[in-house]
Design a binder for this molecule. Sequence first.
Ligand SMILES: NC(=O)c1ccc[n+]([C@@H]2O[C@H](COP(=O)([O-])OP(=O)(O)OC[C@H]3O[C@@H](n4cnc5c(N)ncnc54)[C@H](OP(=O)(O)O)[C@@H]3O)[C@@H](O)[C@H]2O)c1
Length: 218
Amino acid sequence: MRIGILGTGPMTTALGARLVRAGHEVVIGSREQARARSLSADIGAAGAGDYRFAARADVVIVALRDTEVLQIVESLGDILAGSVVIDLNNPLDPPWFESRYAGAESLAERLAGVAPGARVVKAFNTVYAEWLADGAEARFPAVQVFLASDDEGAKDAVAALVRQIGAEPVDVGPLRTARQLESLAGLEVALVDRGYAPYVGFRLVAGLDASPTAGATS
Ligand SMILES: NC(=O)c1ccc[n+]([C@@H]2O[C@H](COP(=O)([O-])OP(=O)(O)OC[C@H]3O[C@@H](n4cnc5c(N)ncnc54)[C@H](OP(=O)(O)O)[C@@H]3O)[C@@H](O)[C@H]2O)c1
């Protein structure tokens, strides 16, 4: 599958390398094409160019400076129609790392609004790049990737990608749930900022039995 990634930051490096290893045709887009070419060579990607070049793909991962996301995606709107678009960006501001949009539409919903026809899935936003980096499988617990989307087909496609890179997809609901995912990422960044650990992540622990007496012995 052809997967375009916009941006050349740590998430592109880590996720791009894993997707290349899973056998996908990964292409990278950057404001500076030389930077995209260099990263592409580093991770064994199939091509590099500007954002418009990388946006011509079956799946497009938007991995941009969060303050720039909406403007850049809006400029690509015509190209993104019909593609699965993964939004992993977190609209968080220091010092508290609360969502910039708390109580209102999430960044993911706004992204869907500026790219009509794009099949937007919120995913990977609660996963630190370091958890996806080379060798991380041996150092960290298995990663769960929370998925929120109104497009069930797009969600299934992203879930398949998540499994292919050795992580576990968790369907958390419609795209509106991205509001909570963006806040969850804010809690992670706040904990790291307070020195709790260099990287943190959340796993979903589901009850096996709703009965209050489950597990009790008489
Ligand atoms: N790092 C993590 O662990 C992590 C985890 C989960 C989610 N996220 C989210 O993932 C997104 C990407 O994060 P990241 O840490 O990989 O990289 P980042 O440092 O936030 O930057 C990503 C890319 O944005 C592009 N960009 C476009 N306009 C820019 C501008 N005005 N200033 C700076 N960069 C600009 C740059 O690529 P080009 O200049 O090459 O185009 C840059 O490499 C963010 O929205 C973040 O909230 C990050």
